[in-house]
Design a protein around this ligand. Sequence first.
Ligand code: TXA
Ligand code: MG
Length: 363
Amino acid sequence: LIVTINGSETNEELNKLLIKPSEILASGGTVAFPTETVYGLGASALSEEAVNSIYMAKGRPSDNPLIVHIANVESLNLLVSEVKPYAKLLMAALWPGPITFIFSKKPEISSKVCGGLDTIAVRMPAHKVALELIRMSKKPIAAPSANLSGKPSPTSGRAVIDDMSGRVDCIIVGENSEVGLESTVLDVTGDIPMILRPGKVTRERIVELVGACEMDVAISGDKIDDSGVAKSPGMKYKHYAPEADMEVFVGSSSDIVRSLYEKTRNILDDPKTKVGIMTFLEEAMVIDNMLRGHDCLNGRYEWIDVGSSKEQTDYAGKLFENLRTFDALGCTHILARGVDEIGLGVAIMNRLKKASDGKVTRI
Ligand code: TXA
Ligand code: MG
């Protein structure tokens, strides 16, 4: 079943469209749905069988824990055994929104959802369709990103259909995800909050709200292991990876233009290759001009811009979609521009490092 929601529906129309999907969730089925970060693949968090079908659909190892999505704060009582005072502050300020909190879980919650851990990840998404769907299903909804395991997270209905057609009971096709990167994952079980996965809600923002915030050491280098507490199982899998071989370059605009141009020409010396270039619009246009001077390179490269260098939100929003597009265009190599690791740039670089398996060159 595919349900299309274009965002212009009245509340009443939206409710009507969500009746069938919410019934599917309530009876233990799987529904892919849009959120503000990326699309999720949902099923009741209270049914082991339902949770199993998520792992099956994604082809994901079941030792990788899922995020449980709720539509109101009261639902937390069902799931978690303790909420620290500073976590209450953060929840009040940041939910609904692109941040997931890790709490100690209630013993009666199946460890299937939590990959065998005694903690549980919970998020209240800031998305009308997602919130309404969860509310109508009357269940907390376990939902990882709705991609096949190892593929970039889906930020459009098209990407979900590509990955999940025939594997789930229902797909809700909505607008493209606004944020484009998965939520910040913040462990709030300790005395000081700790970021396990960077996202739109930055460390700076959390410090502003509660005075302190640490960053997991596993996400600080170029080779990333952010598989959370399920560290060793997660390390076996390459995340967010496009089919193409990817490299990331960080430097000034003029250095980026020169390096990406030279690197592209190098790669294209091999006649079996095709290069995908992902940079800011200003840079992409200059590189394209330089490459167009060589007729023999016609059709051997593609560029997709990530908006203007003045606006990192565009890069975040288009990143995953661009990686999928390069694959669809048959690129064997992707050359991507990296960014400074401040603010949202931390999350952008985290995803670029993972997609490239740590192949970052600083010029
Ligand atoms: O934005 C998002 O968070 C999206 C949308 C659908 O909400 N969901 C998402 O889920 O990205 P997923 O399953 O692809 O990523 C969940 C992340 C993983 O890195 C996982 O290791 C971590 O959260 N995680 C989940 N439960 C955890 C726990 N109890 N302790 C530590 N990390 C946990
Ligand atoms: Mg994921």
